[in-house]
Write a protein that binds this ligand. Sequence first.
Ligand SMILES: Cc1cc2nc3c(=O)[nH]c(=O)nc-3n(C[C@H](O)[C@H](O)[C@H](O)COP(=O)(O)OP(=O)(O)OC[C@H]3O[C@@H](n4cnc5c(N)ncnc54)[C@H](O)[C@@H]3O)c2cc1C
Length: 286
Amino acid sequence: MKAPRFAYRRPESLDEVLQLLAEHGEEARILAGGQSLMPTLNMRLSRPRLLIDINRIDELRGISFEDGTVRIGALARHAEVMDSPVVAEHLPMIAEAMPHVAHVAIRNRGTFGGSIALADPAAELPACAVALGAEFVLASARGRRTVAARSFFNGLYETERADDELLVETRIPAIESGYRSSFMELARRHGDFALAGVCCHAKVDGGVLSDVRLAYFGSEDRPRFADAASAAAEGKAWSDDVKEAVKTALGDDLDPIGNFHASAATRLHLARVLTGRAIDRMVAAG
Ligand SMILES: Cc1cc2nc3c(=O)[nH]c(=O)nc-3n(C[C@H](O)[C@H](O)[C@H](O)COP(=O)(O)OP(=O)(O)OC[C@H]3O[C@@H](n4cnc5c(N)ncnc54)[C@H](O)[C@@H]3O)c2cc1C
């Protein structure tokens, strides 16, 4: 099928993008890497009147580190994030997750901001952002605001972003001394969206875990921070008993959605198994 008719604009400045968004609101869509947007147009799942191509806006590019925070511009391609020494040094969870995001051709065009704005519940990067305490910077003709990742995702492809707002950048606290991260997912084929996945982040001191942060993707309609499971590991020396307690507590956090790929019970089981393995690996790493 071919996409429905749409108007196309390729602004040269951020102000121009924001002005177009202010004028056209929900009738417009931002075109970043196009890896998700173009298929939805071609399948006629979406019929925007206007595409606003942001690929000429240089201030949306780049990855940098300053004052303990990594800034990832909305237009940073997945491939750039994957190859970034800044990400490798300061965000090991994201570095570990990147090879699981789609395939090489899609990573060459797809953008970090596009993945966050799209809010696919099976995507890796939104869950990493939730686990790591990221913040998203949104700009509109009305001004700028920052939204914490944990309050950004509202449901299936639904976020706090208003129709006239552009995601400009993501700010993620760099990993601190004594902390470790671990990422694991299960997909039918490498590069497919995951059936279940976990992002773990914690301080590990002689096998004792603290500031434990567990976030999940591929289970529900949005990435989920697991309060009960994280609390079950807090301040504990990692052991088989604690592992079982964390897995049990996860049942209070997750209410997975079953579909033809996997039932709800299977997804919860997979999330539990992945959690045990991911924390095993995190603790053993030091
Ligand atoms: C076959 C296939 C497999 C894939 N597998 C995976 C996978 O395993 N894991 C995974 O995470 N992703 C996967 N993806 C998605 C891929 O990562 C996309 O690149 C990404 O989700 C969207 O990025 P994009 O830059 O292409 O966004 P686009 O397609 O350009 O845009 C996606 C949506 O976000 C909006 N948008 C984009 N940027 C902004 C912004 N800065 N501000 C506001 N709104 C914005 C657009 O308007 C659109 O609604 C897959 C895609 C395909 C086609």
